[in-house]
Design a protein around this ligand. Structure first.
Ligand code: BG6
Length: 489
């Protein structure tokens, strides 16, 4: 079982495989700039961006000026900080599959440093990278490795990756990243549940009627056709981000914040998910694919017309499903999960719908299910509790009002982006917000039969217009349970 990696006072070498790739440019290097700006990187931290281009330093600096700077918010950008940040960076030309290149890498690194390897590459390269690091004697017991998703395509490939990487790194050295676990509001959800006493007695069946988890994106597939078309929304979003959110909503109180205490509880949730047979898949899941429409006021192509997408592909860009957790706390409470690209808005939200009134004495008011806890993750972060109040005036008419916890206004402190927070966790050796091997495998164990079920059913994903909330069947899924998706702006 994992405990956190001990921290030493040695210098730190942070090596990014795929260092000039999309993730590094958009997320990792800007996050490291922010950590540098706020002095949260250890003093002697050096960052090595690895790539196959035969660039000298000048060419690399030109590249990051052009590509990375634009991803740093204008309020955070300062010339002097940027210059000192750039001094922490080196570019090293490494073909990850060529053992000889690791000798060159080693000669550039700080002697005696703690080492963090961030594998922002295709998972097919992971085992080769680990083997080459080992041969170059670049792995010791203080080294850490960060694995970017997707971690596998199915259960067998996820197991294989875990097994292969496990030949070179102990479990407590492996940081499987899911950036949703680094989001402030997601971490806040744990505080809401376990730092307050008022919710816990109600946080169960029959006081909770249903749970909705929506991660809606307004963007389309963009330039990621190659990756996305072989992946789809189920593997890209549900298997990891949405199931992790479900775990945090549904888990039992952990005994502490120790990595294994938290991850043990999440694992129990994943293992309690009711498996779906093909008939369940047909009834309780909806796959969708966007067609031409409008997004953010502009015309948007359909998925099949996007660049490099095969014209007859069956890949889903939307999934809605109803899950059940087979345990005492959640018996008969449906968990509705929904995610998609090119939806009406970028909106991620968890809605806890409390039970209907058993009986109403207010005959003028039609409301039955009236209390909702709404946890908005993005674009803005807030938590609202919907209560009923009396409408002013004569009579006893009820109207929903919201108790509003506006976290942006409540705290003046800076809120770090998910990648920044998680990179600092890696550097400090804190594993709590990373997935353990058995968690990942349990998630695949539940997801895989759904994907297989879709194949057996052989249906095309249902069409939905870009800029909408998904196929009509997704609303029908809710309507059958007497619910509807909460889609408030
Ligand atoms: C990534 C997915 O993990 O998460 C992307 O691969 C998706 O397809 C992204 O767009 C969403 O992240 P966020 O933080 O923008 O909600």
């Amino acid at each position: 079982m994992a405990t956190s990696t001990p921290i030493s006072a040695a210098p730190l070498d942070l090596v990014i495989f795929g260092g000039v790739g999309d993730l590094s440019v958009r997320k990792l290097l800007p996050a490291l700039y922010m950590a540098h700006l706020h002095n949260t990187l250890p003093d002697e931290t050096h960052i090595y961006a690895l790539g196959r281009q035969t660039w000298d330093r000048g060419a690399f600096l030109h590249f990051i000026e052009e590509k990375v700077r634009g991803f740093i918010g204008s309020k955070a950008y300062r010339d002097d900080v940027w210059s000192s940040f750039v001094r922490r960076l080196s570019y090293v030309c490494v073909d990850a599959t060529n053992a000889a290149d690791y000798v060159g890498l080693k000669s550039e690194m700080q002697p005696g440093a703690d080492r963090v390897y961030y594998l922002a590459t295709a998972p097919s390269l992971f085992v080769g990278i680990c083997a080459n690091l080992q041969s170059a004697e670049l792995i010791d017991e203080r080294a850490r490795v960060v694995l970017e998703k997707p971690l596998g395509h199915d259960l067998a490939s996820a197991r294989q990756i875990n097994h292969d990487v496990g030949q070179y790194f102990q479990e407590q050295q492996i940081f499987r990243i899911d950036h949703y676990l680094g989001k402030e509001t997601v971490q806040n959800l744990m505080v809401l549940r376990f730092g307050n006493s008022i919710f816990e007695p109600l946080w169960r069946s029959p006081y909770i009627k249903s749970v909705q988890i929506t991660v809606a994106e307004s963007v389309g597939v963009g330039s990621r056709a190659g990756f996305y078309d072989g992946t789809g929304a189920m593997r890209d979003m549900i298997q990891n981000h949405l199931l992790q959110l479900l775990c945090i909503v549904a888990m039992e109180p952990p005994v502490s914040l120790d990595p294994d205490a938290v991850r043990d509880e999440k694992l129990k949730v994943l293992r309690s998910l009711r498996p779906m047979a093909v008939a369940d898949v047909a009834r309780d899941t909806v796959r969708g694919q966007y067609t031409a429409g409008a997004s953010n006021g502009e015309a948007a192509l359909g998925y099949l017309q996007e660049e490099n997408i095969p014209p007859d592909t069956n890949t889903e860009t939307f999934v809605a499903l109803k899950a059940h957790i087979n345990n005492w706390r959640w018996a008969n409470v449906p968990f509705f999960l929904r995610t998609g690209k090119r939806m009406a808005a970028r909106q991620s939200e968890i809605v806890i719908e409390f039970a209907d009134l058993p009986f109403t004495i207010f005959n003028d008011s039609p409301h039955r299910s009236v209390n909702r806890l709404m946890i908005r993750l993005q674009p803005e972060e807030h938590i609202q509790l919907q209560m009923m109040a009396k409408e002013p005036g004569s009579g006893m008419k009820l109207r929903p009002v919201k108790l509003d916890l506006d976290l942006q206004t409540a705290f003046s402190e800076r809120r770090a982006e998910a990648y920044e927070r998680l990179l600092i966790d890696v550097i400090k050796g804190r594993l709590t917000h990373f997935m353990r091997r058995d968690e990942l495998e349990a998630a695949w164990t539940w997801v895989e039969p759904i994907i297989d079920g879709w194949q057996q059913l052989g249906e095309r994903p249902k069409a939905y217009t870009a800029g909408s909330w998904g196929p009509a069947a997704s609303s029908a899924l809710m309507a059958r349970e007497g619910s509807s998706w909460v889609e408030e702006s």
